[in-house]
Design a protein around this ligand. Structure first.
Ligand code: MG
Ligand code: ZN
Length: 215
């Protein structure tokens, strides 16, 4: 029971800081998206595609969460995006204090849309509020069409599902109709975007959806 209390306290403290983050983002008029996915689904690639699609329309900033390294932040910085890398030191999710640390180091006056790349993991990132406005999960075609069965907690709470790497559909047994039906069953409100960061297909609709929230 004592352990339970510790967990409850941590969650309450996280929620309080998440609310402070949200207030700061609201004051600055920054729409913030929490991007979640398993490792290799294409979170960083989607951020880069999105930046290109929105260039000249919206100023994008990023927070890169990883257990170690700053390779993703370096890739994003090369695209001219203000970015802060957070290394969790092995931790499997971002939390609100980490995001606050990053917000204190970003040029908030130069950002309209903030994309947070969470740590690659389909379980606990959905349980930690960061102060974000929108939650998105990226699923990629090579991962298979049964992901929503295995991770219903994630797929049922997000505002949108991005299905990435659709250029690989001809080579894999991925049943798009079944996949979309699974998502609709768990989360009828979720928007679904089919994209390929490789060919650019579908990126415009996704970018337009984000831009619509920023206006
Ligand atoms: Mg990445
Ligand atoms: Zn975790």
């Amino acid at each position: 029971m004592a352990e339970m209390k510790v967990v409850e306290k941590i969650m309450a403290a996280n929620d309080q800081i998440a609310e402070q983050n949200r207030r700061l983002l609201d004051e600055r008029g920054i729409v913030t998206v929490n991007l979640m996915a398993s490792p290799g689904a294409g979170k960083t690639s989607l951020i880069l595609c999105t930046v290109e699609a929105l260039r000249g329309r919206l100023r994008v900033g990023a927070i890169e969460g990883d257990t170690a390294s700053r390779v993703d932040a370096d890739r994003v910085a090369t695209a001219g995006v203000p970015v802060v890398q957070i290394n969790t030191g092995g931790g499997c999710h971002l939390d609100a204090p980490m995001v606050r640390y990053a917000l204190n180091r970003l040029p908030l006056d130069e950002i309209d849309l903030l994309l947070i790349e969470n740590v690659g993991n389909l379980v606990c990132p959905a349980g930690f509020a960061l102060g974000e406005h929108v939650n998105v999960v990226i699923a990629s075609v090579p991962e298979g069409d049964d992901k929503p069965y295995k991770y219903p907690g994630m797929f049922s709470v997000v505002d949108a599902v991005v299905i990435n790497k659709t250029d690989l559909l001809p080579y894999l047994d991925f049943d798009m109709v079944a996949f979309r039906e699974l998502i609709a069953g768990l989360n009828p409100e979720a928007r679904i975007f089919e994209v390929s960061c490789k060919t650019g297909e579908g990126i415009e609709a996704w970018a337009d959806w984000l831009a619509g929230m920023c206006s």
